[in-house]
Design a protein around this ligand. Structure first.
Ligand code: NAP
Length: 243
């Protein structure tokens, strides 16, 4: 049975990604940060459906947390076949109001977290000469967003990391890809008013807001053998908003 480690699985895109990988027959190691009850409930739900599932807390900014997370997954399931780097935070502020602390906070979760998780799973993947990593970036990492300069820069860094790592690990038969979601209906966008959401819907060629399942299904595809010749790519899941 293949094993997937999914970060930020307590809510939003990560939660639906866990459900999609469970449906695809994977054993799961789910990471959460603050929402323990939600993550444990999801783990219970998946176990009841027959999915071997482990649920652990970790702060992806902390090297020791990430090391412990990957060690626990490898102890429980013997190996990790797929890593989905989904945990992330966003922030909207004028660039001139950004503090160094704001900048460092965002980069430590959205970029350093991805670095630490990739680095922790890779020795096992290289040993087995097999694996797939899927990093969740954003369309703002492709085209930039006003009042989201730190977020856009961090998500662009994830795209750069993905491309370079794909080249480095390709000879070890490890694929590294990226998903760049558009506007997805999750708690991260909970602060947006219904009017703003409606405007965003109207700006989207497919005329709807994305769902966590839209991103989850793309992640399952990129992890699967159907994507065995795809690496270093950025898959837009954005309803056509960025083409
Ligand atoms: P969300 O609902 O806010 O969920 C974020 C997840 O990240 C939560 O599970 C949270 O854990 C976890 N997390 C936050 N800080 C963490 C830390 N320091 N260590 C470990 N985990 C941490 O966000 P979402 O909308 O599902 O977004 C998921 C990913 O998609 C993010 O990378 C985001 O940037 C990206 N994305 C989202 C959209 C969108 O429109 N929603 C668009 C483009 C890209 P706890 O809840 O347990 O604290």
């Amino acid at each position: 049975m293949k094993t997937a480690l999914i970060t930020g699985a307590s809510q939003g895109i990560g939660k639906e990604t866990a459900r999609a990988f469970a449906r695809a027959g994977y054993a799961l190691c789910l990471q959460y940060h603050t929402h323990e009850r939600e993550a444990q409930a999801l783990c219970e739900e998946l176990r009841e459906d027959g999915c071997p599932c482990l649920c652990l807390p970790a702060d992806v900014r902390r090297e020791e947390d990430v090391t412990a997370l990957v060690q626990a997954a490898e102890r429980e399931f013997s190996h990790v076949d797929v890593l989905v780097n989904n945990a992330g935070i966003a922030q909207q502020k004028l660039f001139t109001d950004l503090t160094l602390q704001d900048w460092n906070d965002l980069f430590s979760v959205d970029v350093t977290g991805v670095f630490l998780c990739c680095r922790a799973v890779l020795p096992g993947m290289i040993r087995r000469q097999s694996g797939a990593i899927i990093n969740i970036s954003s369309m703002w990492g492709q085209v930039g967003a006003s009042c989201e300069v730190a977020y856009s820069a961090a998500k662009a860094a994830v795209i750069g990391l993905t491309k370079a790592l794909a080249k480095e690990e390709g000879p070890s038969h490890i694929r590294v890809n990226c998903i760049a979601p558009g506007v997805i209906d999750t708690p991260m966008n909970g602060f947006l008013s219904p009017e703003t959401m409606e405007e965003l819907r109207e700006e989207t060629p497919l005329m709807r807001i994305g769902t966590p399942a839209d991103v989850a299904e793309a992640a399952v595809f990129l992890a699967s053998d159907a994507a065995s010749f795809i690496t270093g790519q950025v898959l837009g899941v954005n309803g056509g908003m960025v083409i």
